[in-house]
Design a protein around this ligand. Structure first.
Ligand SMILES: NC(=O)c1ccc[n+]([C@@H]2O[C@H](COP(=O)([O-])OP(=O)(O)OC[C@H]3O[C@@H](n4cnc5c(N)ncnc54)[C@H](OP(=O)(O)O)[C@@H]3O)[C@@H](O)[C@H]2O)c1
Length: 313
């Protein structure tokens, strides 16, 4: 049973060997601060001052920009838990990211993260698989056996380079197989309006593994459903006097005890709104309506959009 700490935004959660607030910060947005890193540092410090002590990053966010801003903000201090990910690298063309799933590539990325963050150990590193979308799906030589990858990840944990291992963009089968390696968190896309991965969330709750959804507001990329466009959520948010985005995050927090939030933003105002969602309490009737949003979308849209809405086996 997780401890509850009302001092931390959203309460407290034991993530690996560290306790964090359930409301953290996703650093993908820090790549927008490449030309004004001090502003990125100020954003992180504002989050820290509000109790945000869990930052999710990657070396490939802005070609190390995000890690550089985190290093400038916190140095080697352990006041925030830093979670990074490996499995892809930045390239110029034809897309900003390419998969890099082979064990030696995972190790090279862990070292790149250590250099960029200026640390000698990373609190948690997610093995960013490419089993499921949205995003890149592994094929060809990038289809690497999970056991080979976890052997490298656990070796790096034994060497002290990383303290905990997570899985991301992972299938249900791979999660079940990987659990024995000591997985502390899972990071798949999930939100009020995109719940294809609900069975994995249930699995995480049963096993006391943190569920740390990416795209918790539905994803800023074109073509993905967005929480702010959901009319039921907008109506209930107005009833509660909060924004639709805030309600979407509050719904996630209330949906399962093992959910941790890492919404990304480049705006101090949005950061402050996101940190405040732990105090939003929809009524049971409102929660039931929000729960039903997915059933309604599922029925309305059927199986017509397989790319955006992958099915679980
Ligand atoms: N494992 C993976 O494969 C993977 C993939 C993608 C992301 N991630 C991680 O997951 C984190 C969270 O993902 P994300 O969807 O939040 O990505 P994101 O790209 O950081 O996008 C969040 C979007 O929501 C907006 N937003 C944030 N707070 C808001 C608010 N209160 N009201 C209105 N709009 C708001 C932001 O715009 P503003 O800047 O204008 O606020 C931004 O455009 C990322 O930062 C990254 O760390 C992991």
């Amino acid at each position: 049973m997780q401890e509850h700490d009302t001092e931390r935004p959203g309460g407290a959660y034991r993530l690996g060997s560290r306790t964090v607030a359930r409301i953290g910060y996703g650093a993908m947005a820090l790549e927008r601060f490449a030309e004004d890193r001090d502003a990125g540092v100020a954003l992180l410090h504002r989050g820290r001052d509000l109790g945000v002590d869990h930052v999710d990053t990657a070396d490939f966010y802005g070609d190390s920009t995000a890690n550089d801003v985190i290093r400038r903000a916190f140095g080697t201090s352990d006041e925030v838990v830093v979670v990074s990910k490996v499995g892809a690298v930045r390239v110029d063309a034809p897309m900003p990211l390419a998969l890099a799933q082979r064990p030696e590539q995972l190790r090279a990325q862990v070292h790149a993260n250590l250099r960029g963050l200026g640390r000698d150990r990373i609190d948690v590193v997610n093995l960013r698989r490419a089993d499921v979308g949205p995003g890149l799906i592994a094929e060809g030589e990038q289809l690497v056996d999970l056991d080979d990858q976890l052997a490298e990840m656990t070796a790096m944990r034994d060497e002290g380079l990383i303290a905990g291992i997570g899985l991301s963009a992972v299938s249900a089968g791979a999660l079940e197989r990987g659990l024995a390696a000591g997985i502390v968190c899972v990071q798949n896309a999930y939100s009020l309006v995109a719940r294809e991965h609900e069975p994995l969330l249930d699995f995480c709750v049963r096993h006391g593994v943190a569920w740390v959804p990416y795209f918790p507001l539905g994803g800023a990329f074109p073509g993905l459903p967005k929480v702010v466009d959901e009319p039921v959520a907008a109506r209930i948010a107005a009833e509660l006097g909060v924004t639709t985005a805030q309600l979407g995050l509050a719904w996630l927090l209330g949906h399962a005890p093992d959910v941790l939030l890492i919404p990304g933003t480049s705006s101090v105002a949005h950061l402050e709104e996101n940190v405040a969602v732990g105090t939003i309490r929809p009524t049971p009737e409102q929660t039931a309506e929000l729960d039903a949003v997915w059933d309604r979308r599922d029925t309305a849209e059927g199986d017509t959009d397989e790319v955006a809405r992958p099915r679980w086996p």
